[in-house]
Ligand binder design. Structure first.
Ligand SMILES: Nc1ncnc2c1ncn2[C@@H]1O[C@H](COP(=O)(O)OP(=O)(O)OP(=O)(O)O)[C@@H](O)[C@H]1O
Ligand SMILES: [Mg+2]
Length: 305
């Protein structure tokens, strides 16, 4: 797999703060990479350094195989950015601002491309409206359209769905998957972990400018994900069968909970022991492994180390 982006030992030092503290990361062609971390972790700074909005202090960045110190411009023509902050000229119409964006990237006006993106972002009806008259969520969707209008090979989506309604968020997810299917590489930051869970191939967790973890999402959920089994009894249970060594019975004897660290203990085994002992099981729920729990755990362990 070809590397689209290779960041090594990247440092961004502000006078009183180290925003990036030696970040090394490789992003491959055609993947969706979710960069997760709390407010102020360094996500936007990292994206800014790649896109030329933040001047790095040290380290190197290679985009499509080219070191940005050797050629800061050419590789960036193939990059699209949905910035976290809404930043367009309020006096142009939606269509004009997309046309202008194509021009910025040295491309001839491509009406079909603009129409396609207006459609994909559900903005067709607003094509001739001045951007200042758009709602917050519509502005965010226009930002996404702008970032894609020149058909970039690498797209940064910095919290693309903040303030976007549920239905459109789902549409956007579908669109991001289409992009990947077309071979576009996507780097996404989001505080909606559900979004990362739905989209990401790989996940990176950053805090205080340091990458704490980079892993395939599926493997990460398997390795660190804890599934929670909850059993409710019809009537209070005095004691658990001796074979059930994991999990806990509530004080009132009505609930049993068990956390299955993925790949180790099996919830189904525990359940069958409860049934075999003839306990009055009324209801069983199984909560899947969540990225949210993993993120909180990794951040806590990172802070302690
Ligand atoms: N121009 C600047 N001068 C000084 N410090 C800055 C500047 N820009 C960003 N920072 C600091 O760098 C750190 C990283 O900020 P950054 O915007 O990268 O965080 P983030 O991970 O994107 O957070 P969020 O989830 O809130 O968007 C923060 O502590 C921020 O205050
Ligand atoms: Mg940010």
């Amino acid at each position: 797999m070809a590397a689209v982006l290779e960041v090594s030992h990247l440092v961004k030092q502000y006078p009183s703060l180290t925003a990036l503290d030696g970040v090394s990361l490789r992003i491959d062609e055609g993947e969706i990479f979710a960069l997760l971390g709390p407010n102020g972790a360094g996500k936007t700074t990292l994206i800014g350094a790649v896109c030329g909005l933040v001047k790095k202090t040290r380290g190197s960045i290679r985009l499509f195989g080219t070191d940005l110190e050797v050629d800061p411009l050419t590789p960036r023509y193939r990059v699209g950015l949905v910035p976290q902050e809404i930043n367009f000229d309020p006096f142009f119409t939606v269509r004009e601002s997309l046309d202008i964006q194509q021009g910025y990237f040295g491309q001839r006006a491509d009406r079909a491309r603009v129409d396609e993106l207006l459609e994909a972002m559900s903005l067709t009806g607003k094509a001739d409206s001045p951007t200042r008259t758009l709602s917050g969520g519509m502005k965010r969707r226009l930002l996404i359209a702008k970032a894609l209008v020149h058909r970039p090979k690498l797209v940064f989506l910095d919290e693309p769905t903040a303030g976007v309604d549920v239905e459109l968020r789902r549409d956007l997810w579908a669109y991001v998957r289409t992009l990947r299917a077309q071979g576009t590489t996507v780097v996404l930051t989001t505080h909606y972990l559900e979004e990362a869970e739905a989209l990401a191939d790989r996940v990176g967790i950053i805090d205080h400018g340091r990458l704490l973890l980079v892993e395939e999402k599926r493997l990460l959920l398997e390795r660190l994900g804890e599934r929670r089994l909850e059993v409710h009894f019809k009537e209070p249970v005095a004691a658990l069968p001796p074979a059930v060594v994991k999990g806990a019975l509530s004080a009132d004897g009505r609930h049993f909970t068990f956390t299955a660290a993925a790949g180790t203990e099996s919830a189904t085994e525990v359940l069958s022991l409860l049934f075999a002992a003839g306990l009055p099981v009324a209801d069983v729920t199984m909560a899947p492994a969540r990225l949210e729990d993993i993120l909180l755990r990794v951040l806590k362990e990172g802070a302690a180390s």
